[in-house]
Design a protein around this ligand. Structure first.
Ligand code: EPU
Length: 431
């Protein structure tokens, strides 16, 4: 069993480099399936979700060549249209992008229902609504989502999303890229990774307009050609380290970010008394005095991101006064609250609302990461807490944060990876 062991209470000083965006990478890599020729993708984060999606492409016959630590060449010329293996697809949410990508390229796809963090119900009805509007038959049989274009190729169509969905917006963009005619996605999501996917596809020859607004127009083309593309920096990774400085104190330069993508997080931290100063492609975050309470509601971009909700909760736990946190995207994103309570946090949850009474000090304890962002939030709480915090199930964190231990030790945090034999193994050895 691998744990993080954090001795908290040390302010952070130095610079943290931000990696490429996870939620852009896990869509852009499957998008390589649409490209005739070699795609060079730069600024890929080294995280387990990326390894998984690359493994899925390789299983389908893609050639993946590592150029350097953050760059891969992907050649999908010899990809076969075969069912995506269960054991890979179920470990990752982004496997749903294979439906749009394979449907676009081959006119059919067989993909198991996706996995990912448990945040309550995670339906994909809006993805299916889009594929159906484009002339696909979609059903679930034998553990697979089967999607087949009735005429062999999807047809452009108008799709109004009933709910603003990041995944559905990107999946329909993928499906529409090689479709016959114009697809219009209305009530589209506007997250930075949606613009990044559109920029990637356009740089390979697609015709996509309006990404980043709520109406996206995709005019289908016959083929995409190879090229080179660099993924944007990770908004949520940057926000997580900003929250860590807010909670633990100190001064850290968050290097290589797009300040615009972080405006809502910056504004909220400033409201709480944290200094955030923009300096070119960096933000300098510092906190010396007390934190003030704040209310936070998560919403689709450009609102406060749901993927920062547990991390901002960690900061609010240490703010003076009562804060109200409202989850506006997921049904159940407070599963981490019991773990926070072990550290001395005072949080009451009622449905989508959490009321947080700030405490002057958290104290270290053994805790468990229950999902990716909740795990990151426990790291933040552990950095600020007095004493030692041990976090297990850290594989959740490593799905989305490249080199988190190295990055934090680089700014003075006392965080170590400790490997202990798990109990069953220890008992077997003892026997
Ligand atoms: N929804 C539907 N029907 C659909 C799709 C979504 O009802 O067909 C609902 C969901 O249940 C949810 C809301 O719409 O209430 C938004 O879901 P969305 O589709 O936007 O989420 P997603 O595509 O499944 C991505 C990220 C999540 C992030 C959300 C929201 C990836 C791989 N995942 O999920 O990231 O929370 O967008 O921004 O891009 C994370 O990185 O920790 C993470 C969970």
């Amino acid at each position: 069993m691998t744990k993080y062991v954090i001795t908290g209470g040390k302010p952070l000083y130095g610079t943290i480099d931000i990696s490429g965006a996870k939620n852009a990478a896990v869509a852009i890599i499957p998008a390589a399936l649409l490209v005739d020729g070699v795609c060079r993708i730069e600024n890929i984060p080294q995280i387990s979700d990326v390894t998984l999606i690359l493994n899925i492409l390789q299983d389908l016959g893609a050639e993946v060549r590592t150029v350097n630590r953050t760059t891969v060449d992907i050649d999908c010329s010899h990809v076969r249209n075969q069912p995506v293996p269960h054991q890979l697809a179920r470990k990752i949410r982004a496997s749903y992008y294979l439906i749009g990508a394979l449907l676009s390229r081959f006119g059919s796809a067989q993909v198991p229902p996706p996995g990912g963090c448990d945040l309550g119900g995670r339906p994909i009805d809006q993805h299916i609504k889009g594929f159906t509007a484009m002339g696909a038959d979609v059903d679930v049989r034998g553990g697979y989502i089967h999607a087949t274009a009735r005429d062999g190729r999807l047809k452009g169509s108008q799709v109004y999303l009933d709910i603003v969905s990041v995944g559905a917006t990107m999946n329909i963009m993928l499906a529409a890229t090689l479709a016959d005619g114009l697809t219009i996605i209305e009530n589209a999501a506007k997250e930075p990774h949606i613009v990044d996917l559109a920029n990637f596809l356009n740089s390979m020859g697609a015709d996509i307009m309006g990404a980043g607004t709520d109406v996206i127009k995709v005019r289908g083309v016959d083929r995409l050609a190879g090229g080179t593309y660099s993924i944007i920096p990770d908004q949520i990774e940057a926000g997580t380290y900003m929250a860590a400085v807010a909670a633990a104190g100190g001064q850290v330069r968050i290097h290589n970010i797009i300040p615009k993508h972080l405006e809502c997080i910056t504004a909220k931290l400033q409201e709480m008394g944290v200094s955030v100063v923009e300096d070119g492609d960096d933000l300098v975050v510092s906190r010396r005095g007390a934190l003030s309470r704040a209310n936070v509601k998560t919403m689709p971009y450009p609102g406060f991101p749901t993927d920062m909700q547990p991390q901002i909760a960690a900061v609010l736990c240490l703010a003076q006064g009562t804060s109200v946190l409202t989850e506006g995207v997921w049904d159940n994103r407070y599963r981490y609250v019991d773990e926070f309570r072990r550290l001395g946090a005072q949080i009451q949850v009622d449905g989508k609302v959490a009321v947080i009474e700030g405490v002057s000090q958290l104290t270290g304890a053994p805790v468990r990461a229950c999902d990716l962002r909740a795990g990151a939030a426990l790291v933040i709480a552990g950095l600020a807490a007095h004493g030692v915090t041990e976090i297990d199930s850290i594989y959740h964190i490593e799905r989305g944060y490249e080199d988190i231990v190295r990055k934090l030790t680089g700014v003075g945090a006392d965080i170590r990876v400790v490997i202990t034999p798990d109990q069953e193994e220890a008992q077997a050895n003892a026997g």
